[in-house]
Design a protein around this ligand. Structure first.
Ligand code: UDP
Length: 414
């Protein structure tokens, strides 16, 4: 059993995925903690307080707690959070001292947290594992609409140099870490993300549509995710505007705080004369998303960059074919022509072509969907947790000066 300090400064696992900065990272931390908790590891997840109401300690389950640390005003943009990192760090240290908590390892998520994790590593003399979830260099090379600043990339380089292990979810990210951040291969572990195969499973599409109160009219093209420029939603609108087949586009994600971006997208849809066929749906709780995937004919992921892309796995697990950009982690999950399509050009025409093909051919959708479901059977959160746990055991043993395998350590530590 290990005591893990999980650092997630800029977004809380309690936040609803699909809103503002909450997305794949939040789902990842939630699922990983649940699985590690089942294996009797204890997790304290430290996050920046973003409201007055949440108690300092929230027990998620018997082994996982969320600790809210006050650092800066409640409502901050991600870009501003870095200014309050020293205050956050002091808050974590104060909590640890006050409660006499003992941590065997630090696991940081995203570069802002990695900065905190690195300082804690020095203070506590414990191993530090980082998962960046996304890297500034990778986003910039993918032509990010809003380029990542040099200070982020500098900070990533520095913490990467010092980390005991960096977990990344795709081969593409491993390459970026090796080539652009000069991280030696032995300090990188590629562990794909997982999907809950019981929650995300094929359902009768007509039943899913009726449960959502949708008529059985035009086939649904589905987008699920945060409303942000990197997701390429504007390009998706331009793609569907080219379709000759009937369609209805559902854009699921975001909330009232995204009203500005949504209004811009709605204006573009009107300009393209498809305003009536596009529907914006506020972020849907994760456990209700299977209904949306199952109601859809196809799920589109038009991102300019995607470090992994959980949405692709979830749609595929529901037996729904995916049309995705040929970028980042999507290359590791979508098999072009077998479980969906990968589109190598960041422009609307090839997306429209693939969509037209799928919308006009139910049989093709069925066969790709079937293969998609079986292709994702190997992505399980229990598998992810098992591999992360092996890293924890190895590093904790090494720091304790015990050079034994994970099972021997388990015996000696329990
Ligand atoms: N998500 C959700 N409700 C929504 C929109 C998104 O639960 O309304 C979840 C989605 O199911 C997925 C995550 O948010 O698990 C998004 O992860 P992904 O890796 O696709 O994108 P990221 O947010 O990491 O860029």
């Amino acid at each position: 059993m290990c005591n893990i300090a999980v650092i997630s400064v800029h977004t809380s696992p309690l936040a609803r995925p699909g809103t503002r900065d909450s997305g794949g990272l939040n789902v990842y931390i939630g699922e990983l903690s649940r699985e590690l908790g089942r294996r009797y590891h204890r997790m304290d997840i430290f996050t920046r307080r973003s409201d007055a109401a949440t108690p300092e300690i929230v027990d998620v389950d018997a082994n996982t707690r969320i600790i809210s640390v006050t650092a800066g005003p409640y409502d901050l943009d991600k870009e501003q959070v870095r200014l309050y990192l020293p205050e956050f760090l002091r808050g974590v240290i104060a909590f640890q001292e006050r409660t006499a908590a003992r941590y065997d390892l630090i696991h940081s998520h995203y570069w802002l947290s990695a900065w905190v994790g690195q300082a804690l590593k020095r203070r506590w003399q414990t191993p530090h594992v980082i998962m960046f979830h996304t890297l500034g260099e990778a986003k910039n090379r993918a032509g990010a609409v809003e380029p990542e600043p040099a200070y982020r990339i500098e900070a990533e380089r520095e913490v990467a140099r010092d980390a005991d292990r960096i977990v990344c979810a795709s081969e593409g990210e491993r390459e970026v870490l090796e080539r652009l951040y000069c991280v030696p291969p032995e300090r990188i572990a590629v562990i794909p993300c997982g999907v809950d195969l019981e929650r995300f499973a094929p359902l009768d599409p007509a039943a899913a549509r009726s449960e959502l109160g949708l008529d059985n009219g035009a086939p649904i093209v589905l987008f699920v995710g945060r409303i942000e420029p990197l997701k390429g939603i504007d390009m998706l609108l331009q793609a569907v505007a080219r379709l000759e087949t009937r369609f209805r586009l559902m854009i699921v994600g975001g909330d009232e705080k995204d009203s500005g971006r949504r209004a811009g997208l709605a204006a573009l849809a009107r300009e393209l004369e498809i305003g009536e066929r596009v529907e914006f749906v506020d972020a849907v709780p994760h456990d209700q998303l299977p209904l949306y995937y199952n109601a859809a004919a196809v799920c589109v992921i038009p991102s300019h960059y995607e470090s992994f892309g959980l949405v692709a796995l979830e749609a595929m697990a529901c037996g729904v074919p995916v049309v995705a950009s040929d970028v980042g982690g999507l290359r590791d999950t979508v098999r072009d022509g077998q479980t969906g399509y990968l589109v190598p050009w960041s422009c609307p025409e090839p997306f429209a072509e693939r969509l037209e093909l799928l919308l006009g051919n139910q049989e093709l959708r069925g066969s790709l969907g079937l293969l998609a479901r079986s292709a994702v059977e190997r992505f399980r959160w229990s598998e992810v947790a098992g591999r992360v746990e092996d890293i924890y055991h190895e590093l904790v043993s090494r720091y304790r000066g015990v050079t034994v395998g994970s099972h021997a350590y388990e015996d000696s530590a329990s």
